[in-house]
Design a protein around this ligand. Structure first.
Ligand code: UDP
Length: 240
C-alpha cells in the first residue's frame, strides 16, 4: 500500500555486527530472521529498499594488516565476508516472502549478479530488494563509503544507518558515559568537524558533497525502520 512515507527509496546500511546478535561475532540466524521481518514490514509499505551489507562480524582488513597481512589482500578477504552476509540476509528475506537480488562489486557470477546500476534500479522499481555486496570492490574503502556511493547512484532519498543498540548520534559513547547527549539534527560537516563516529570521513565527505540525508537509528527496537520511513524522528537526522 502507498501509505504516507517520507522516504520512497532508501539505501539501508546494515553493519556486519547487526547480523551477529548477542555474540557480537559471526552470524546469528535468528537475529538475521528478525531483521528480515523488520525489513519486510517496510517493503510491505511500498518502500523501495537497497541494502549495503557490512562484514565486520566476520573480518576486518585493517587489523589483519596491522599484524602483517598485506592490506589489499586483507581487504579483499573482508569483501568476501560482506558477500557471505549478503547471501544469508537474502535467504532470510526470501523465506519471509520478499523477492531479492544480490549484486556484487566483484564478479562472482555463479552466486550473484554483478553490480549494474541500471539493473539495480529496475529491480527496485519491480519491488525487489537489492543487496549490494563486496563493498565498492576496492581495498582501502569501507561499506560506509559503499553506502554513500550506491545511495547516490540509485538516487535514494536517504541512507538509513541501522545501528546495533544505539539510537542515534551522541557527543560521547552512551554505553560508557551515562551523561552522553544525543543529537537530533546534525550536518555532515558537524560530523566531520566534531569527529563523531557515524560513518568514516570518506563516506561523510561524499554524503556532504552530494547532499545525501542520513538517518541513524536503533535497529534492535521492533518497528523502528517503519517509523523512520514514516518520518518519525526517532534517531539522529543528518543533512547537507
Ligand atoms: N572492504 C573493502 N572495500 C570496500 C568495503 C569493505 O576493502 O569497499 C573490506 C574492509 O577490509 C573492511 C571489511 O571489508 O574492513 C568489512 O567491511 P566494513 O568494515 O565496512 O563492515 P562493517 O563495519 O560495516 O560491518
Amino acid at each position: 500500500t502507498m501509505t504516507d512515507k517520507k522516504y520512497k527509496r532508501v539505501l539501508m546500511k546494515l553493519s556486519g555486527e547487526a547480523l551477529a546478535g548477542a555474540k557480537g561475532q559471526g552470524i546469528d540466524l535468528e537475529t538475521v530472521s528478525s531483521i528480515a521481518q523488520e525489513i519486510k514490514s517496510v517493503h510491505d509499505m511500498g518502500t523501495e529498499i537497497a541494502i549495503v551489507c557490512g562484514g565486520g562480524n566476520l573480518w576486518r582488513g585493517e587489523p589483519a594488516s596491522k599484524v602483517g597481512m598485506e592490506r589489499s589482500r586483507a581487504d579483499y578477504t573482508g569483501m568476501l565476508g560482506t558477500t557471505m552476509n549478503a547471501l544469508v540476509l537474502q535467504d532470510a528475506l526470501e523465506r519471509a516472502g520478499v523477492p531479492t537480488r544480490v549484486q556484487t562489486a566483484i564478479t562472482m557470477q555463479q552466486i550473484a549478479e554483478p553490480y549494474i546500476r541500471g539493473r539495480a534500479i529496475r529491480h527496485l522499481e519491480k519491488g525487489r530488494i537489492v543487496i549490494f555486496a563486496a563493498g565498492v570492490g576496492s581495498p582501502y574503502f569501507s561499506t560506509d563509503t559503499t553506502a554513500a556511493l550506491r545511495a547516490n547512484e540509485i538516487n535514494a532519498d536517504a541512507i538509513l544507518m541501522a545501528k546495533n543498540g544505539v539510537d542515534g548520534v551522541y557527543d560521547s559513547d552512551p554505553r560508557t558515559n551515562p551523561e552522553a547527549q544525543k543529537f537530533e539534527h546534525l550536518t555532515h560537516l558537524d560530523i566531520i568537524k566534531k569527529g563523531l563516529k557515524v560513518m568514516d570521513a570518506t563516506a561523510s565527505t561524499m554524503s556532504m558533497d552530494n547532499n545525501m540525508p542520513l538517518v541513524v537509528f536503533n535497529l534492535n527496537q521492533p518497528g523502528n525502520i517503519q517509523k523512520v520511513i514514516s518520518g518519525e524522528e526517532i534517531g539522529t537526522t543528518i543533512t547537507g
